[in-house]
Design a protein. Sequence first.
Lengths: 250, 441
Amino acid sequence: MKSFLFCSVLVFGLAFGVGSPLRAQELPKAEAILDKETEAVGGKAIADKVKTAAVKAKVAVQDLKLDLLVQVGPTKYYKALTLDGVGTEEIVVSGEAVWKKNSITGAEFLEGDERAMILRDVAEFTTLIQPGEWRQRFKEAKCVAEETVDGKPAYKVELTTKDGATKINHYDKESGLLIQSETTIETPEGKVKQVEHYSDFRKVDGVVHAFKARIVGGPVDLVVTIDQIEYNVDLPEERFVLPAELKKQK
Amino acid sequence: MRKYFLILAAALMFCGGAVGQAAPAKPAPEVAIGLTKEQRQKNVESFETAWKTVRDAHYDPTLGGVDWQRVHDELRPSIEKAESMEEARKVMQEMLGRLGHSHVGIIPSEFYTEPPGQQAEPGFDVRIVDGEAVVVRVSPVLPAAKAGVKPGWRIRKIDGEDLAPSLARIQKAVKKAPDALFAQTRMIQWRLRGEEGKDIAVTFLNDSGKETTLSISRAQPLGNLVQQVGLTPLRVHFEARKLDNDIVYFALSDFLDPVRVMPAFGNTVKKNLKSEGFIIDLRGNGGGLPEMAQGMGGWFIDQPNMKLGTSIFRTTKIHSRLNPREAYYDGPVAILVDELSGSTSEIFAGGMQDIKRARIFGTRTAGACLPSLFVKLPNGDRMQYVVADYVSASGKRLEGNGVEPDEVVPVDPQALLDGRDPAMDAAVKWIRSQRGDTAQK
């Protein structure tokens, strides 16, 4: 199951009670849980067949509605978040170059923490075309508990990404699907826990995706609803061309 | 870390309802006159939400020395006893007022749904000069111009009521002079506004030195009606034209409506890269999206890693970075400001002044410059609250201080009567003096 980080402009994280741990019993190995997820998602169905993917979604937060588009290919990533009446922010990864183009502030290369965060986002979205490749994203995984999440028994797995960030994922004990993911992120108001809840699982070309994600963190509670997931879409080349103002800086 | 859209007059933030879990409110007493039991409960919840939000989100955990718990305990009984929405809002305003800075307030829910026709105006702008309200600008297409109102006229009465006592009361009540000017001007603007098509009687001292009372209709202000996140609907007006054929003039009423304003500004720059100079008029511009200041500033620099200033949050800082755009105007830039130029106007003017990319003309700005957000309260109102402090590129704090112009050009009623605009004239004179000199003075 793919987890999504949708918005680049949010305060996040609400420490979420996930229910009391169940009676201690022998826990499965994290590798088995993650491999079960791969199988449940059906990733092998599209292995080697999918080169690109596109996700169109709506993001709702309070009375705001934003449009989200994500397109991903082997060495390409494009994300556009549009707020009607305000503008669009695009994040692009093309080869080694990572930049942001905002319809209000212009274009800039992303460096340091911002670049690292985007590359983590890219790794998440890349699972759309490489589902099941968890070993490429995480260097450590440990099952630490069995808990109840949204009324369902789930395995709690602590994961460490290749760049050292920690995620806590909960996988549905029965289906194997990822139903909750928790990270701690830096915000201007301090470290905040961000929890993402996944639901409305559907199959697209043999692969199971969550079509709804609720992201809760701090004062923010938003819902991402996917309208469409497509595979092997054309990725317009012009989107991945360095903007003129950034070419001047190279 | 994640970058935020922050706006000062209003926040482009995706804030959900209450922060955390408010302390369970005591059951509201039985219904008193004016409010239902549920409304009273919602007001109490709103009070708690507002209090907790400030406690948890303010950039200064000590709130500048304000004993926030004591404020809560003192005012909690008042919110429980409030017998009208007006009273409840007053209590919450009182609470926020204890913080002693700008960009906090309660915005009634009905302000967001009020028909635009209620914000009609006669069509002239005023400023306070030596304790008197002076007409500084008259829109050529609105009713005031047709009624014969002229710049330089002084306002004596509105709807038969003398202005002088109201101005004096505000002067006495408001401690700082710039804040008094701001408050006095806003008071007059609000009194002039009203229902579209409905006349208002204004008594002027005209250019002949005589008192004349004109009955002036009200019409919609110029500009496009926008409702940006957190803000009530308002009209955003911008204008681009040439002065003397070779100086570009761009005026902006608010840093809002980026979908229209930013392309218009960018195209204005691109079409005039060879112009003698640029004048950006922010007089009366109360602020808006700081990203627009960044975006506009980017047209006047050609190197990355420059900034207008820094927002200082509780645990981190965000720089208002300038990104070089696809074209670069390298000529002299003048920015016009006055005491009603606030918030993002101050970010732009102060930052461009600090990086020596613009010369500032006019009068000291409002000194109201704090990054803020909006949150919806349980009772349907919204609260604006501060999340960061702000310093200009030089490290100077703008809140309470404002931007001091490089050339102070006060409003001159006689010059206005003569058809002149002294601040604009000073900017043009300076631009002309830069001819052949690429250095910014």
